[in-house]
Design a protein around this ligand. Structure first.
Ligand SMILES: Nc1ncnc2c1ncn2[C@@H]1O[C@H](COP(=O)(O)OP(=O)(O)OP(=O)(O)O)[C@@H](O)[C@H]1O
Length: 257
């Protein structure tokens, strides 16, 4: 059992490994050793291939920044971070434990057409929150969208998030970030000019929505307005897309939250 502040942490087993750290299931206890619940913990532990490209200190800063940015975006459609230990040798953060990611729901054909539309709406609300906080996610894909026990889908993995108001990214980290994005979800202007914007996140949303293979033709037209290869044809803001989805549903008499 480890101690952090007034909490005790009991590791319950590894869930998976990313390029910058591993994720494990943990049980959290308060100072009276009463259980607070099970959570996921991401622990800094960069792979040797990543360490060959960027210094450990830079990577540590990036890891801590990931947690700080994610915790600034508290919203039901953004994975919630409840603890951050920046001073440990291997920093870590504790977040809500997901059931699975959207990629596995797609693979398992687990969703009806109506549920898929609700998923797109939830992801859009999460992106709206991130953009309203002044960030770009830059790595939206089904693997980074988690299904929570409540049924809500929440955006995670802020490893490539950029603060649009600051020059927080070092050249090395930006380069490694670009190398790590997933081409299918990257707008053409990123591949040609390395230019990220609100519209490049909207493109990624469009590609995620395409992966869901929604059959509703009117909805598919709205999705095409996100995933257009021509950025001039794409939605300017996530809010405009959300409004169009809401208008479509109002026309059809669908009640929405
Ligand atoms: N909150 C969570 N609850 C449950 N599983 C999670 C949670 N966060 C991540 N995971 C899972 O843990 C594994 C590793 O996640 P991580 O985000 O480190 O991987 P990654 O996307 O490959 O990382 P990176 O982009 O940093 O290389 C993945 O299988 C992911 O689905």
């Amino acid at each position: 059992m480890e101690n952090f502040g007034s909490y005790f942490i009991e590791p319950l087993g590894k869930i998976g490994q990313g390029g910058f750290g591993y994720v494990e299931k943990i049980k959290l206890y308060n100072s009276t050793m009463s259980p607070c619940g099970t959570f996921a913990r991401k622990v800094f532990s960069p792979s040797s291939s990543v360490l060959a490209q960027v210094s450990k200190d830079d990577l540590k800063r990036r890891f801590i920044r990931e947690a700080m940015y994610q915790s600034k975006c508290t919203h039901k459609n953004v994975n919630y971070i409840c603890l951050l230990n920046k001073h440990a040798d291997n920093p870590y953060f504790v977040m809500d434990l997901a059931v699975c990611d959207l990629a596995s729901d797609i693979t398992n054909c687990a969703l009806t057409d109506l549920q898929k539309i609700e998923v797109v709406k939830m992801i859009s609300q999460g992106i709206l929150r991130i953009h309203n906080k002044g960030f770009l996610h830059r790595d939206l894909k089904p693997q980074n969208i988690l299904r929570m026990p409540s049924g809500a889908y929440a955006i995670s993995d802020f490893g490539l998030v950029k603060n649009t108001d600051s020059a927080a990214n070092t050249t090395a980290l930006t380069a490694i970030g670009q190398a790590m994005g997933t081409p299918r979800y990257m707008a053409p202007e990123i591949l040609y000019n390395a230019e990220y914007s609100i519209k490049t996140d909207i493109f990624s949303l469009g590609k995620v929505a395409e992966d869901l293979n929604i059959q509703d033709d009117d909805f598919r037209q709205l999705i095409a307005g996100c995933s257009s290869m021509d950025e001039k044809q794409r939605y300017d803001s996530i809010d405009a897309f959300i409004q169009d989805v809401a208008s479509l549903q109002v026309q059809r008499g669908v009640r929405h939250a």
